[in-house]
Ligand binder design. Structure first.
Ligand code: AMP
Length: 359
């Protein structure tokens, strides 16, 4: 699309069929757009929020072309959409630019990219064999984490190596990995920004995030003094990253707050789980501002409207009894994603609690 705002009634295409696409589609509908999704067959919970949904494989070039021919702009909600699929979509329709995907899909690439922009990372080494792994553990030290460079999410494709002795039992998993030193952090936090087509950048407040088994479970605001002291430095890195990529839309960078400053962990070229609270607690949610940015509409305010915010993921079978929360005091905001199977460790929904009183 060009630089003119996308008129109401235009069609936004979303690659990926998960909950992020579902919430993005709901924001697009509110702004008067039509939405078409595209993802391989599966539990595509975005489909119920879309006007139409293509259930086709990432390798089906004709289906991708048919999807694209019906869209005025195409974005994604899932960063592991294969680049070959994205390349089947005319580049002028895509926002953000697919370069961001190419970088974020590979942990080695993204670390090198943000390091060049001045970010600090945990010590790391590339691992392509058992010998590399032994050398990496020697050089970086233990404890550490071995992660597949590509396709990992929510703690999948990760192995913690607590000591040199434990390392003897770990084998190279057969595809390129990164071995990272374990960071002794106080808190984890994320910087979520939106960048418009003409380069305006706005940040949401940073939440303090808690992960279990590598998966986000909890985000809270205020994030505490340490995060507040480090957020400016982290934002500067995030803004430089967005600028360098001529990014359009919502971009997330995750950091560890340590005694020696913010350490970059990873980036997501999309809306993020740690920003779900923005639906109720911000002037404009991350989902709406992503749509506004790619549609070339004016960005909305990102100020937090409450003194305290608490977002908790609902995982696995907890979803089956989640409606009980609706009787709680304080009006919790419950979101269930409509997934068919409440498998262990699967994100089924989230609940956001807000208050005008400081915690
Ligand atoms: P990632 O998939 O890289 O975001 O890792 C998921 C989670 O695992 C992070 O949010 C941290 O809680 C933890 N983690 C990952 N890498 C490290 C590290 N180098 N040091 C300490 N914790 C880590």
């Amino acid at each position: 699309m060009g630089t003119a705002p996308l008129p109401p009634g235009s069609t936004i295409g979303i690659l990926g069929g998960g909950q992020l696409g579902r919430m993005m589609a709901m924001a697009a509908i509110q702004l008067g757009y039509r939405v078409i999704g595209y993802a391989p067959a599966g539990d595509n919970v975005a489909a119920s929020a879309c006007d139409d949904f293509f259930e086709n494989g990432w390798g089906e070039k004709e289906a991708l072309a048919a999807f694209a021919s019906r869209c005025d702009v195409v974005t994604w909600e899932f960063e592991n959409v294969p680049l070959s699929a994205v390349e089947a979509i005319p580049e002028n329709l895509l926002a953000p630019h697919p370069k961001a995907l190419g970088i974020a899909q590979d942990r080695l690439n993204e670390k090198q990219f943000v390091e060049l922009l001045g970010a600090k990372c945990a010590p790391y080494a590339r691992v392509d064999s058992d010998d590399d792994l032994a050398r990496a553990i020697d050089r970086v030290g233990s404890p550490g984490i071995l992660k597949t460079a590509r396709d990992g999410y929510d703690g999948k494709g990760q192995w913690r190596i607590m000591s040199a002795h434990e390392a003897e039992g770990v084998r190279f998993p057969g595809r390129t990995c990164i071995y990272e030193g374990m960071v002794n952090f106080e808190t984890e936090f994320s910087v979520i920004l939106v960048r418009s087509r003409d380069g305006e950048v706005r940040f949401w407040d940073s939440s303090a995030n808690t992960h279990e088994g590598g998966m986000l479970v909890h985000s809270v605001l205020p994030a505490g003094e340490l995060v507040e002291a480090q957020v400016e430095e982290a934002r500067a890195i995030a803004a430089k990253t967005a600028e360098a990529l001529r990014y359009v839309g919502v971009l997330t960078l995750e950091f560890f707050a340590t005694k020696s400053g913010p350490i970059f962990n990873e980036m997501a070229p999309r809306v993020h789980n740690s920003g779900h609270w923005t639906i109720e607690a911000s002037a404009t949610s991350q989902f709406e501002n992503h749509i506004r940015a790619i549609a070339d509409l004016p960005l909305g305010g990102t100020a937090t409207r409450f003194a305290s915010v608490d977002m908790r993921n609902i995982v696995g079978e907890d979803a089956l009894t989640a409606h009980q929360m609706l009787t709680e005091e304080g009006e919790p905001h419950l979101h269930l994603y409509g997934k068919r199977e409440a498998r262990d460790g699967r994100k089924m929904g989230h609940v956001t609690r807000v208050s005008h009183e400081a915690p």
